[in-house]
Design a protein around this ligand. Sequence first.
Ligand SMILES: Cc1cc2nc3c(=O)[nH]c(=O)nc-3n(C[C@H](O)[C@H](O)[C@H](O)COP(=O)(O)O)c2cc1C
Length: 188
Amino acid sequence: MILETIVTTQDTDGSVHIAPMGVHQWGNGIIILPFRPSRTLDNLLASQVAVVNAVDDVRIFAGCLTGRRNWPLVPAEKVAGRRLRDALAHTELTLVRREDDPIRPKLYFRPVHQVNHAPFAGFNRAQFAVLEAAILVSRLDRLPWEKIESELAYLKIGLEKTAGPREYEAWGWLMEKIEYFKQLQGVT
Ligand SMILES: Cc1cc2nc3c(=O)[nH]c(=O)nc-3n(C[C@H](O)[C@H](O)[C@H](O)COP(=O)(O)O)c2cc1C
């Protein structure tokens, strides 16, 4: 199973990077598969540790894809790193195996520390819609325009039925980015 998370990493100077990553479950560990080139990949290889954050504020996903990466962080507890202050839960992990690949290396991690911070409140369709739209935004240059439009039209149904202010704000950021892309490409 793949879980959509926010991975926080840091470089050798302690500068933190946050990025949405779909992490693969691997027993009680996880596999992270960053596409090259990736700052997350560089940081993971340099530090050999990762912090994986479970969040329900989908603005963090949409924000990372639209230039809004400045989300509050606090120090991790057992590894040299940071976690999102508002994570529902976070796991601190160390790198135990690496399968190199010119496109998408596979990095295997084992947990060293896991903490729950707040309860999971339940599934929400608008949050799903924002995650799917964020994935579309991360592939704008690779997907046919008709596919993007038809998927957005479908996702909007769940969004409009179930969103709260955070989901609408996140959706708005993503739609702004899509409009900008359309203008650049001359799509009418
Ligand atoms: C829900 C979601 C899941 C993602 N999963 C991955 C992933 O597994 N690997 C990856 O390279 N990028 C993934 N992305 C895209 C990255 O978050 C984004 O391109 C990011 O900038 C990665 O590059 P960076 O490490 O240089 O920031 C995902 C994006 C979203 C919205």
